[in-house]
Design a protein around this ligand. Structure first.
Ligand code: SAM
Length: 291
């Protein structure tokens, strides 16, 4: 079958990402975000950026790189770039074993240790929180289990991500069936309002989480992210190479209070990345403690 002549013209005139420009772009993205595109993923980057070039009416990837690196709109364009290249897969109650361990073991340990020093504020950071499902899951666990047990406990939950579009979704807190598919029915009824296939989080949950844009590779910003008792940094280190992982995990260590814990994704490990933490293994999950 022949493709229509208009389509052939469109394909032939679409900007092409040359190997050289791909390397320049890839190195730029890597140095700013830690996200590494291997050569085999060139097509992915090209496909995502092509749409942006069309919107900007830019005919060559080389001009786009110039815009990103040197133009007055470079900061604005970098935000667009991050929003296009990140993978934001997430859902409520994603890592059941980790959630159970947090709620049944680690939270008690840390809260009791803090109480001994008259500190009643628990600080939790969901770093790379995407559209908010992870920090809101923690907020629900607090309302359901920790608040009744420790009525004088204050909690601060901060959700951060590099992608501003997903942070806007997090602030809105309206979710679809896909996001809530692992949420226990009881919590769905108690903490969400459902209407026409949309699950809206109730205000009491929303009020517990504050969102902010933080690039985990931005060392200046990371220096201000301190005094956390728990950090959840799940399913993001997989996009970084070893050097970027070492930098980010080192900074997360500094962000934790002594006695605090770092949780990472189910398929992630800190082997060869950091020896600063004590690995705590409990059935079906692990946590990294700052002693
Ligand atoms: C797959 S999602 C994981 C979401 C959630 N933590 C979870 O486990 O369900 C990965 C998130 O990492 C974010 N991300 C990627 N690079 C980042 C960086 N350098 N700094 C902060 N967030 C980043 C992406 O925007 C994306 O929302």
């Amino acid at each position: 079958m022949f493709e229509p002549i208009q389509d052939r013209i469109r394909v032939e005139s679409a900007p092409k990402l040359s190997d050289e420009t791909f390397i320049v772009l890839r190195d730029f993205i890597y140095s700013k975000t830690g996200i590494y595109f291997p050569v085999k993923k060139k097509y992915l980057l090209e496909g995502r950026l092509l749409k942006r070039l069309q919107v900007l009416k830019i005919g060559h990837f080389e001009d786009y790189v110039h815009l990103l690196k040197y133009s007055q709109q470079k900061e604005n364009e970098f935000e667009y770039l991050c929003n296009m290249i990140t993978i934001n897969e997430t859902f409520f109650f994603r890592n059941e074993a980790q959630i159970e361990a947090f709620q049944q073991k680690f939270a008690d340990e840390v809260i009791k240790a803090k109480k001994a020093f008259n500190n009643r504020t628990l600080r939790i950071w969901s770093a790379a929180c995407s559209s908010g499902e992870e920090p809101y899951t923690i907020a629900i666990l607090y309302l359901e289990f920790l608040k009744p047990k420790y009525p004088d406990l204050n909690i601060e939950i901060i959700g951060t991500d590099i992608n501003t579009a997903v942070l806007d979704m997090a602030c809105k807190a309206e979710y679809n069936q896909y996001s809530i598919r692992s949420t226990p029915k009881l919590f769905l009824e108690k903490y969400f309002e459902q209407s026409g296939g949309v699950y809206k989080l109730k205000q009491e949950v929303k009020d517990l989480v504050r969102f902010e844009q933080v690039n985990l590779m931005d060392r200046e910003k990371m220096r201000h992210m301190i005094h956390f008792d728990f950090i959840f940094c799940a399913n993001v280190l997989i996009y970084f190479d070893e050097k970027a992982k070492i930098q980010v995990v080192g900074d997360l260590f500094n962000s934790l209070n002594r006695g605090g814990y770092l949780f990472i994704g189910f398929s992630e490990m800190l082997h060869r990345i950091s020896t600063a933490f004590k690995l705590v293994s409990i059935p079906k999950t692990t946590a990294y403690k700052k002693e």
